[in-house]
Design a protein around this ligand. Structure first.
Ligand code: GAP
Length: 458
């Protein structure tokens, strides 16, 4: 539970009511674990992706961006191991026909004292039987055997009926970075250590208990693979841990709500792995991962593609397969974390409660709202709107009392409201109200942009 007594329901309701996020396919009754971003939600998520790209690509001279195809040669997923082993152990309740992840249920029931990843299917079934685990939906203990369910969505390619090849919707974006290792290295004349980054959609056939954006079947990942020499790899791994923490902290997530979770159990090829967890309303949960993957990925692609994935050091002439440090974070999950962090309910001096989203200004959906005090000031207000809209997403609102208009902007997290009044026509100045302090200052229209630029940057 979050320390603000914040519930996921509160966030979901605010998101639906204010145009952040709507249930997917809403008019058809929704579609489980899919969500559509609305007018303010899409701005928030785009700004988060922009902040990540700015920090990790634009400001990192040895990192190169790509935008790889979602549908990849199916052999990629054999090389990555997903075709053989990307699945979850699931069981169905025979009474209410709901499906659940057995590993999650065991982990929850044992309060983390049992690690299901290390158990065989028989051991998991024995645990479920011995502890009489009940269905979270109907409360009965009447389970099917546990079966492995594949997490990759399959589709097919081919024009002749009956002659179709199976292709997969990518379950992670990073394979597009590995398969372009040689292309990027050659065209960018990149020298190890260098990284390839990408932001894009991934798809997983997940069964989830419905924790809003936390786990969905279609989501965006921001992933980065740093290719490095083995002797520097641990330092680079630790550096990404620090950078990843600093990034989410700079974006506004408080230190008290963030912690490292180093993995005890590692994949056979991995040298180290760590999550950064965030204190969501559902408790501490993974926000992102940093993994030291050794030479596994490039070696596997070398084996399956037949292409030499080694790097030739131009100075020492040494040839080697680089190690990979991966940093991976979900854009939707981070959007959820920023919503939870920004959410505040405050009691005002007049006894009213205001809901305010205190986003970092860089990620706020609208940077500024233009509010003419009265409708007959709209011509001047539109002039200011048009001037600022060239630079930022701006809202314009002339409906209702100024107090109500401030409240509406508070609820979508607009950091600055610019009020146009009759003095504006005389002296060319406006009132700028700060979302967090509610303080107001008088500023000349020609100084507005510089005033906002200074406060919005990331
Ligand atoms: N390439 C490594 C990889 O994909 P992961 O831990 O499975 O690793 C990385 O995913 C990040 O992607 C997670 O930390 C999380 O932020 C996000 N993510 C993973 N599955 C997700 C899902 N079903 N819904 C939303 N975000 C997800």
């Amino acid at each position: 539970m979050s320390d603000k007594n914040l519930t996921m329901d509160k966030i979901v309701n605010l998101c639906k009511g204010r145009g952040f996020v709507f249930p997917g396919s809403d008019i058809y009754g929704g579609f489980a674990n899919t969500w559509d971003f609305g007018p303010v939600g899409v701005e928030l998520k785009n700004n988060i992706k922009r902040a990540w790209w700015k920090r990790f690509v634009q400001e990192s001279p040895n990192t190169y961006g790509v935008d790889a195809a979602i549908l990849m040669n199916p052999t990629v997923w054999k090389a990555s191991g997903h075709v053989d082993s990307f699945s979850d152990p699931k069981m169905d309740c025979k009474s209410c026909k709901q499906r659940f992840r057995a590993d999650n249920m065991i982990e929850d029931h044992s309060k983390g004292t049992v690690v299901p990843d290390t158990m065989t299917m028989e051991e998991m079934e024995a645990y479920v039987a011995e502890h009489k685990l009940k269905c979270p939906k109907c409360g009965n203990h009447d389970w099917t055997p546990i079966r492995q369910f594949k997490l990759m969505f399959e589709t097919s390619r081919g024009t002749v009926e009956g002659e179709k090849d199976t292709v997969y919707l990518r379950p992670e974006t990073c394979q597009g970075e590995y398969v372009n290792f040689l292309n990027v290295q050659r065209t960018a004349r990149a020298k190890v250590p260098f990284a390839i980054a990408q932001v894009g959609k991934s798809f997983r056939n997940e069964i989830t208990p419905g924790n809003f954006l936390f786990r969905t079947i279609e989501f965006e990942q921001m992933e980065l693979q740093m290719f490095c020499k083995e002797d520097t790899s641990m330092d680079i791994y630790n550096d990404y841990k620090a950078q990843a923490l600093k990034f989410v902290n700079d974006l506004g997530l408080s230190e008290d709500h963030l912690r490292f979770h180093d993995h005890d159990k590692l994949a056979h090829y991995a040298k180290a792995a760590c999550d950064i967890q965030y204190l969501f309303p559902i408790g501490w949960q993974e926000l992102n991962g940093i993994h030291h993957r050794g030479t596994w990925d490039l070696s596997r692609h070398q084996e399956f593609s037949g292409k030499n994935m080694q790097y030739l050091d131009p100075i020492t002439n040494e040839k080697y397969t680089p190690n990979v440090i991966e940093y991976s974070i979900g854009a939707d999950r981070l959007t959820l974390a920023t919503l939870c962090e920004a959410y505040n309910e405050e009691t005002l001096e007049n006894g009213e409660t205001r809901v305010v989203l205190k986003f970092h200004p860089f990620i706020a959906p609208y940077k500024v709202a233009i509010l003419p005090l009265q409708k007959n000031l709209s011509e001047k207000a539109n002039e200011v709107y048009r001037m600022l809209a060239k630079h930022y997403m701006c809202d314009y609102d002339e409906a209702g009392s100024i107090g109500k208009r401030y409240r509406r902007q508070d609820e979508i997290g607009t950091p600055y409201c610019v009020t146009i009044d009759f003095d504006t026509l005389e002296d060319g100045s406006v009132t700028v109200r700060d979302r967090d302090t509610m303080e107001q200052v008088r500023i000349k229209i020609e100084d507005l942009k510089a005033y906002l630029d200074e406060r919005i940057c990331f």
